[in-house]
Design a binder for this molecule. Structure first.
Ligand SMILES: Nc1ncnc2c1ncn2[C@@H]1O[C@H](COP(=O)(O)OP(=O)(O)OP(=O)(O)O)[C@@H](O)[C@H]1O
Ligand SMILES: [Mg+2]
Length: 161
């Protein structure tokens, strides 16, 4: 296996998604080509942009058979398949103190599992400087744009040449 570093801000992929299937295909590519245990994935996008749908695509690629729902009220779901996936949604966490007492540091610097976070941008100072994969979803209906980017240096699983 070849390991390779990606420089901050390198855009891996930008696609126009016209369907859930296309969103799933990008999520699968992220999991299979790039992710490794311990990685952090931050997803940006307005309400209803398709963030949880992207996580469903990741889970499917990880052979997770459980139903993936938005953890908007529970804040965290942990799923297990070929990988362990921590799915966080910070929408209802009122402030940074509550985020800390929730135990966020167990999830933003994971060791064996992958953590994926919706509504992370409510707490930019906590997340921005950590190495992570960034997934930005914009647009609506059949005109969603999904941009996948490596932020800071993240060690790739495979050579991309
Ligand atoms: N690529 C897509 N094509 C068509 N419909 C989609 C696509 N992505 C998501 N949707 C639909 O958009 C709706 C909202 O999706 P989703 O719950 O994933 O958004 P979200 O960004 O997680 O929302 P929230 O901000 O509330 O957490 C769902 O009904 C979902 O099926
Ligand atoms: Mg969601």
């Amino acid at each position: 296996m070849t390991l390779k570093l990606v420089i901050t801000g390198a855009i891996l992929k930008t696609i126009q998604s016209e369907s859930i299937e296309q969103t799933f295909a990008v999520a699968k590519e992220l999991v299979e080509k790039y992710l490794k245990p311990g990685d952090l994935v931050l997803i940006s996008g307005e309400m209803g942009a398709g963030k949880t749908t992207f996580v469903q695509g990741m889970a499917s690629a990880m052979k997770i058979n459980q139903t993936i729902n938005s953890p908007t009220f529970t804040k965290l779901h942990v799923y297990t398949g070929d990988w362990t996936l921590n799915h966080l949604d910070l929408y209802n966490i009122p402030d940074i103190k509550a985020l800390q007492s929730f135990g966020i540091y167990d999830y933003i610097e994971p060791e064996k599992e992958v953590s994926v976070v919706e509504w992370w941008q409510r707490f930019p100072t906590v997340f921005e400087n950590l190495p992570h994969w960034h997934v930005a979803i914009s647009g609506r209906n059949e005109r969603r744009t999904i941009e996948v980017e490596a932020r800071e240096t993240v060690c790739l699983k495979k050579s991309q040449s």
